[in-house]
Structures are given as C-alpha cells and as structure tokens.
Design a protein around this ligand. Structure first.
Ligand SMILES: [Zn+2]
Length: 217
C-alpha cells in the first residue's frame, strides 16, 4: 500500500487596519480575560487536573507494566484535554475580533514565563506551556482569519491603573482585586490588565512594531 504525503500552502489573508484592540490577559486563576468582557475561568481545568493528579498518585503507588501503560495514556489524554480547552478559548477570541474588526493584543510569552516563574517554580513548566499554546493558537487562528495580532511586553500591565496610569505594585490588592492608590479606581485585576494590554497593542501597532509569532521552547 502506498501513501502520498503532500503539503499545501494556504495563503494568509492580509490583515486589515483594525478599528480597535482586544487585549488578552492570560493567567492562572482565569486562563484568559479580554478587555471586551470575555473571561475563561481556569477553575474547570484546575479541577480536572487535580482529579488526574490524584488518579496518577494512586497508579504510581503500584508500579507495574500495566499501570505504567495506563499512566502514559492518562498523560496523553490530559494534554489533549488542555489543548481542546485552548482551542475553544482561542476560537472564541479570534471570532469576536473578526466580527468586530478589531486586532488582538497578547503578552509576549517571555513575559508570561517570567511572571509564572516568580510565583511557583515547580508549576511553571506545565502552566507556561499552556499559556504558550494558547498564545500560539490565538496567533495562528488570527492569521488565518486576517485578524492582526500585536505582541506586547506585559511588564507592569497588572500593576498600572488603566484610568490614570499610576503604577504601583500595591494597586493590586489581591489576586482578583485592583484598587488604584492614586485615583481609587476599582476593577477586577485581570480586566484592568487586559485593557492595558489593549492600549499597548494599539501603540505597538501604530509604531509598526508588529511582533513576531511566539515560539515554544
Ligand atoms: Zn488610577
């Protein structure tokens, strides 16, 4: 039997001039939060992972050939599930951008990695991989749809007040709450950050500094 492998190039539509930007904040508590009001909570995925972790622990207790095989299958299934979640989220964000004629502002992946590393070193690999994949999915779906993407440095986006511009790490009271020390502006921290990312994306695009696609390391 013969198989023919052929590749074909699909031309990307030229990205149009956007009439605005959707800023996307990626995080652990919320996988993605956009400046246009969409939030993908991470709770479901965290619970799923926790269940899988417990199952793995049980299986690891008796290390036989059979359990090793099951473990391997479980890991593959978990990876597929996480990818599926990322597909759903990225599809939704890109569809909205396309429908409303907007571009998408994303944090550069190095920024995401730094941020995650600072918090919990052991978890960094898995989570930063998840972020990187979501970024990649958004990027390639956007390219296919002719939606412009701008990658911005996420430095200070979570501690800057999007109303008055005041930067202070104490602006972020808790994981979820942003409260500006200068103008008393209050908002969900991820929402505030997503607006800052949208603003940065507009500036970056205006400068013609459309960033390169992220790469997985
Ligand atoms: Zn303020």
């Amino acid at each position: 039997m013969w198989f023919l492998y052929a590749t074909c190039e699909v031309p990307e539509p030229q990205a149009a001039q956007p009439i605005g930007w959707i800023g996307v904040d990626l995080g652990l508590a919320n996988i993605a939060t956009t400046s246009t009001g969409y939030r993908a909570a991470g709770r479901g995925l965290r619970r799923y992972r926790e269940r899988k972790r417990q199952l793995r622990r049980k299986l690891q207790a008796k290390s036989t050939k059979a359990t090793k095989r099951v473990l391997k299958r479980q890991r593959r299934r978990e990876t597929r599930h996480a990818a599926q979640v990322n597909h759903v989220i990225s599809k939704r964000i890109v569809a909205e951008a396309q429908r409303t004629g907007r571009g998408i502002g994303l944090e550069t992946l190095t920024g995401i990695r730094e941020r995650v590393r600072l918090r919990k070193p052991q978890r960094a690999t898995l989570h930063s991989w998840g972020f990187a994949q979501l970024g990649l999915f958004i990027d390639y779906k956007a390219r296919r749809a002719g939606v412009p993407v701008a990658f911005v440095n996420a430095h200070d986006t979570s501690r800057t007040c999007r109303r008055c511009g005041y930067v202070d790490r104490n602006n972020r009271v808790t994981q979820a709450e942003f409260r500006c020390r200068s103008c008393c502006f209050v908002e969900h921290a991820d929402v505030n950050a997503s607006h800052n990312i949208a603003a940065k994306a507009a500036v970056a695009w205006g400068r013609g500094a459309q960033s390169m696609a992220p790469t997985l390391e």
